[in-house]
Design a protein. Structure first.
Length: 579
RNA sequence: GCGUUCGUAGCUCAAUGGAUAGAGCAUCUGACUUCGGAUCAGAGGGUUGGGGGUUCGAGUCCCUCCGAGCGCGCCA
């Protein structure tokens, strides 16, 4: 309820400033959603404490003097000193009409536009994508869409692992297979096999090991032929990643790929600049930084290793280079790292060092958008039957397959071609939604039955609610736009409950975005669906008692469908019109 | 050992420091000549891991204990 709440808060704040001129600072004047009223204001409780008076009396005084004409039809004091507000129906109807006429559905733009770099997905070249990449990719994609929706400038960065010692053995394996054979091997999508074969040879054959090591040196030395072979691996992998992203329907493209190798030239500069800032020390032959506040097992200062004993660099160095690149070249003001929580300490150290080195001048900042693991039925990290990590493609294919079976069973009239399209929206949507709908910092249990169920907080349930609305307009042979100018009346309780919720879309989107918590938007959309279906059960739309009521209800339907579709789109989930 | 995240109904999950901790699944009871029953209405089910503290008010903040996951020097 952005506008209504804002209007209320403005008047409350003004009144308190008048009544208690020196008390108005940092008082909680917010108008919150409430179970007992349309909204509640709790300011009297804090104020009473501060001025040493009875909270109910303070609340009553505010209620008596607060002028909410045209906004609220009722203000009452309840409990220990809550102000319960009932909005004026005419006012609500007017707000709804404004939202219905708004292509943004009431979602306001960011006041200050940020340049947001979002670092997510991050698969490794020549390695299969597995469930471990699911959460980063899906959460990152949702954040991209939400940031863009409020007008931020978003730069997607898929920080792929395309460099390091494993590439010696991978390139040698490629040479062994022959370029044509290797390309064939890689293009069938069996990257796991390729990697494992290389690994097996590396472990078993000293001769191969020698070649691999020499190849790493050649790669780092910039040997032309080696670089060409390396690029072949990268290109084949990129093609594979693109197919996965297409299946997943996320925004990532080849243009967003940014391998670690991209920072190679910057690594020397990182060392130079850390040296110039006098942060660098030598420890056991390695060049390291000791950021304050980090300790190891023995309670000794924990170093961030910048240059190894052997002179090589590692991930900490390239992560620091990355910070410099994002702040100084891309002008990032906000950097989101959609990375699993196990890396919390590493990222905290990167941030500490970058801050100490002066590479994060305000307003530039890093945020670790951490997330937990995907668990199987046994409550342990999800694994395949053979104990290996589950291939992402296989998981996605199974989701679509299961959805297709479900649609075939429940709606056999749907033509097969359409069924396949819909099955993809449902299956992929279900996987994404089950990932997004619980608090990201916690682990979650991956269960096919639950995520594909049409009951409960699932994508199919939301999609179904949307499809039913589309069905109403189809049956009535009405264009959706035609519903938007209607005068809205809110006589039935379920109409009113729905209307109140529709008006809170703006705050739901912002709430989810500000916490980088897509699940808050999921919860909102789920509640919207339940309120809608409840309305749908109780209020006939096409057979409404009058044309005016029918038009009003059609407007509520249209707005509900648009917010459902828009909200799901912000989560990267599609909404079929039939299913 | 140190650090960190988590612990809420039988299960899976919600809950800006605000009222009687909410949903879904499962269980039980109802509702289809009606816009998609792929649904809806209702019931039972809780010492929010234990114990202290701060606060007018704590699932939420602080301390402590218990339990689980993860991390902790040259992999990324």
């Amino acid at each position: 309820m952005p506008e209504a709440a804002t209007a209320v808060v403005e008047r409350v704040t003004a009144l308190i400033a008048r009544l208690h001129p020196n008390m108005s600072d940092d008082l909680d004047t917010a108008a919150r959603p409430s179970e007992h009223a349309d909204a509640q204001v709790n300011v009297a409780l804090g104020l009473a404490k501060r001025i040493g008076k009875n909270p109910r009396e303070v609340a009553q005084q505010i209620a008596d003097q607060l002028d909410l004409t045209g906004i609220c039809s009722k203000v009452e004091v309840a409990g220990p000193g809550f102000l319960n507000l009932t909005y004026d129906d005419v006012y609500l109807a007017r707000l709804l009409k404004e939202v219905a006429a708004d292509s943004r559905l009431g979602v306001h733009r960011a006041e200050t536009v940020e340049t947001v770099v979002i670092d997510y997905s991050a698969p490794n070249v020549a390695k299969e994508m597995h469930v471990g990449h699911l959460r980063s990719t899906v959460i990152g994609d949702a954040l991209v869409r939400m940031c863009e929706a409020v007008g931020h400038t978003v730069i997607r960065e898929n920080h792929i692992g395309d460099w390091g010692t494993p590439f010696g053995m991978l390139i040698e394996h490629l040479v062994d297979l022959g370029e044509v054979g290797a390309a064939r091997e890689l293009s069938v999508g069996d990257l796991d096999g390729f990697y494992k074969q290389a690994r097996a040879k590396f472990d078993a054959l000293p001769e191969f090991q020698e070649r691999a090591r020499a190849r790493v040196v050649a790669l780092q030395g910039g040997d032309t032929d080696t670089l060409r072979l390396w690029q072949l691996l990268v290109a084949e992998s990129a093609r594979y990643f693109a197919t996965v992203y297409e299946k997943l329907a996320v925004r990532l493209t080849d243009a967003d790929l940014r391998g670690e190798s991209a920072y190679n030239e910057l690594l020397v500069k990182v060392v130079e600049r850390l040296g110039a800032a006098k942060l660098l020390t030598t420890s056991d032959g390695a060049e390291v930084v000791f950021p304050a506040g980090f300790t190891n097992r023995e309670n000794e200062p924990l170093p961030l290793i910048i240059r190894k004993q052997d002179g090589g660099y590692n991930y900490a160095t390239s992560d620091l280079a990355c910070v410099i690149d994002r702040v100084e070249r891309l002008r990032a003001t906000l950097m989101l790292y959609v990375v699993g929580s196990p890396q919390a300490q590493h990222l905290a150290m990167i941030e500490a060092v970058a801050t100490d080195a002066g590479w994060l001048p305000s307003p530039a900042r890093m945020v670790h958008v951490a997330f937990g693991s995907v668990l199987g039925n046994d409550r342990k990290m999800l694994k395949s039957r053979t104990g290996e990590s589950v291939k992402l493609v296989e998981l996605l294919d199974e989701a679509v397959q299961r959805a297709a079976a479900s649609v075939a069973e429940k709606n056999p009239e749907l033509p097969e071609a359409q069924r396949n399209i819909v099955a993809r929206m449902i299956g992929i949507g279900a996987v994404k939604y089950s990932d997004l709908s619980s608090d990201r910092v916690k682990d979650y249990v991956f269960e096919w039955e639950r995520m594909l169920s049409f009951d409960g907080n699932t994508a199919p349930y939301l999609q179904y609610a949307h499809a039913r609305i589309c069905s109403i307009f189809r049956r009535a042979d009405l264009a959706r736009e035609s519903a938007r100018a209607a005068a809205i009346s809110l006589d039935h309780p379920s109409e009113r409950a729905l209307a109140l919720w529709l008006l809170q879309y703006d705050s739901a989107v912002w709430d989810a975005l500000e916490r980088y918590s897509p699940h808050r938007l999921c919860t909102y959309l789920y509640e919207l669906s339940t309120r809608y279906t409840s309305f749908y059960e109780q209020c006939p739309v096409l057979k409404a008692e009058s044309d005016a009521v029918r038009a009003s209800r059609l407007a509520l339907c249209d707005l509900s469908a648009r917010i459902l579709a828009d909200g799901l789109a912000l989560l990267g989930i599609q909404t079929p019109e039939q299913m």
